[in-house]
Design a protein around this ligand. Structure first.
Ligand code: DGY
Length: 317
């Protein structure tokens, strides 16, 4: 039986599955392992079932035992793993696409709604009580007829577009390549980032973090947005230069932000914490029972497939 290290706790039924399929070392206390501890614990293992909180950089990967042949990430994103370093070591890296599209898109839509309709201020007022209703009290932005720009029109972006369209939003998108007519479903493609951002009354960041996208939303590109744009991010914090975005919020270039992901999670840039126009969530994208179960089962199946066939359909390196 192959031996694997599971770096974080999974839902109980998924841990049972891992134990039935492999000799699995589980993390019953859900301790956040250091890189050193991951290296130590993976001694004698054939694979690692990692999570987005594990920073598997090249130094860590180079110190993993020779026996490690697969890192199966319990996430669709894999910015926490140095893919090139893994490839050089002949370790395959896999992810969990598709199964979290709906749950993550739901949070993407929630961020748009929360930021546009001033949910942070509304929740605060409701909790304090005694608010005075008036015709202009907490007036927000209506989605109907508003242009939504999707940065990264993959599965999650397409699902957000579909829901937003049903709410009357007009969809624009920027992607490495244009989608088929069927997938585009009436959305307007912009090859050029600047042309795209100029249209974004609301921006929804849905692209993976990569060398090309890190800090893509920065001091310069924020200026392409229309004045009073709303910026939301359901993808990865690394795509945004936080200081530039907070500065834009403070000078009302950006009207509001809706964020589920951050650089240096869980230590957010303090500029977001008490900002009344920041609707912020603690990386809840895939946090439903159905989705977390499906993700963990897929991460386990990816390892199984690899050891049975020598390959895996969800390989990303
Ligand atoms: C992912 O899988 O990349 C999500 O961000 C997890 O919530």
């Amino acid at each position: 039986m192959k031996k694997i290290l599971v770096t974080r706790r999974l839902l109980r039924s998924c841990e049972d599955k891992a134990e039935m399929s492999f000799n699995a070392i589980l993390n019953s206390n859900d301790e956040l392992y250091s890189q050193k501890k991951i290296i130590e614990l993976s001694n004698g293992c054939d694979g690692i079932l990692s999570s987005l909180t594990d920073k598997l950089d090249s130094d860590t990967i180079n110190k993993l035992p020779e026996t490690i042949k697969i890192i199966s990430n319990f996430a669709v994103g894999f910015g926490n793993i140095d893919l090139d370093a893994a490839k050089k070591r002949d370790i395959i890296v896999t992810n969990t696409p598709d199964v979290l599209t709906d749950a993550t898109a739901e949070i993407g839509v929630l961020l748009i709604l929360g930021a546009c309709r001033r949910a942070s201020e509304g929740i605060e007022s409701a909790r304090q009580g005694g608010w005075k209703w008036s015709a202009d009290y907490l007036i927000g932005r209506q989605l109907t007829g508003t242009k939504l720009g999707i940065l990264g029109m993959g599965r999650i972006g397409q699902k957000i577009a579909k829901v937003a369209k049903s709410l009357g939003m007009i969809i624009h998108y920027h992607n490495r390549s244009q989608l088929s007519d069927e997938k585009e479903d009436g959305a307007i493609y912009h090859k050029n980032l600047k042309d795209f951002l100029k249209e974004c009354q609301v921006l929804s960041i849905c692209c993976p973090a990569s060398k090309e996208t890190i800090d893509m939303i920065n001091k310069e590109t924020i200026e392409y947005l229309p004045k009073g744009a709303i910026v939301t991010n359901v993808a990865r914090g690394d795509i945004v230069d936080d200081n530039a975005l907070i500065d834009a919020l403070n000078r009302r270039k950006v009207y509001a932000v809706g964020l589920d992901v951050y650089k240096n999670e869980p230590n957010l840039n303090p500029g977001y914490l008490n900002h009344k126009s920041a609707f912020i969530l603690p990386h809840l994208g895939s946090a439903t029972k159905e989705t977390r179960t499906a993700m963990a089962n897929l991460a386990i199946d990816n390892i199984d497939e690899f050891f049975k066939t020598g390959n895996c359909v969800n390989k990303v390196n």
